[in-house]
Design a protein around this ligand. Structure first.
Ligand SMILES: [Fe+2]
Ligand SMILES: [Fe+2]
Length: 200
């Protein structure tokens, strides 16, 4: 884990520091869709992030439905396990590629942004701890629900309430990370692919 200022931790900050956003000011978000360089690496990156956002909304929604009695304890587990497995597994793989390939290669191409990559690297470590906790909480919820379905007292509602809180916290952290990573990386890709279509 990289050593960063505590105020820049993903759970504390409300965006990247201004000195890392010079390229974003040149390539603002509302222009990304019109940029011919978006096609390819940058677009793929945003689509991947959107998949994570969608899954986290779906998982949060279905957990709320369970707590509020709109989903039965028998119907909930298969879809929950599929979506949670997909989110946590894909996120883990995505971060691995970023850590091992993209962050080092982008930082070498743009040394002024090194602090930004350190911040994102630290985010990944925080998110990985959260992935482990959420995986454990998810298994507890499934076990409690199966107790409920088979007539034992699994106390599923109490577990569902706790996991809903974990999911909310996880979403906040994840959304902050995805947004800030896009602010740093998408403008860099848009700028560099103009001169070098093979950039990345
Ligand atoms: Fe990331
Ligand atoms: Fe990412």
């Amino acid at each position: 884990m990289k050593d960063i200022d505590k105020a820049l931790n993903v759970e504390a900050r409300s965006g990247l520091p201004d000195d890392l956003l010079a390229l974003l000011r040149k390539f603002p978000r509302d222009q990304w869709a019109n940029d011919p360089s978006l096609h390819g690496l940058a677009e793929g990156w945003l689509q991947r992030h959107d998949l994570f956002r969608e899954l986290s909304v779906l998982i949060g929604g279905m957990t709320t439905d369970l707590r509020e009695g709109r989903t039965s304890p028998a119907a909930f587990p298969p879809l929950f396990q599929r979506r949670m497995g997909l989110l946590l597994g894909e996120l883990d793989g995505h971060h691995r590629v970023e850590d091992e390939y993209y962050f080092p290669s982008f930082a070498a191409a743009a040394p002024k942004l090194q602090k930004g990559f350190d911040i994102l690297d630290n985010d990944h470590a925080v998110i990985h701890g959260a992935i482990d906790r959420l995986g454990t909480a998810s298994r507890e919820l499934i076990a409690a629900l199966s107790g409920e379905v088979s007539g034992r007292d699994g106390d599923a509602l109490r577990v569902a309430e706790r996991i809903a809180g974990e999911i909310e916290g996880f979403d906040r952290t994840l959304l902050r990370h995805l947004w800030d990573e896009e602010d740093l990386i998408i403008p860099l890709i848009l700028e560099r692919t103009r001169d070098d279509p093979e950039f990345g």
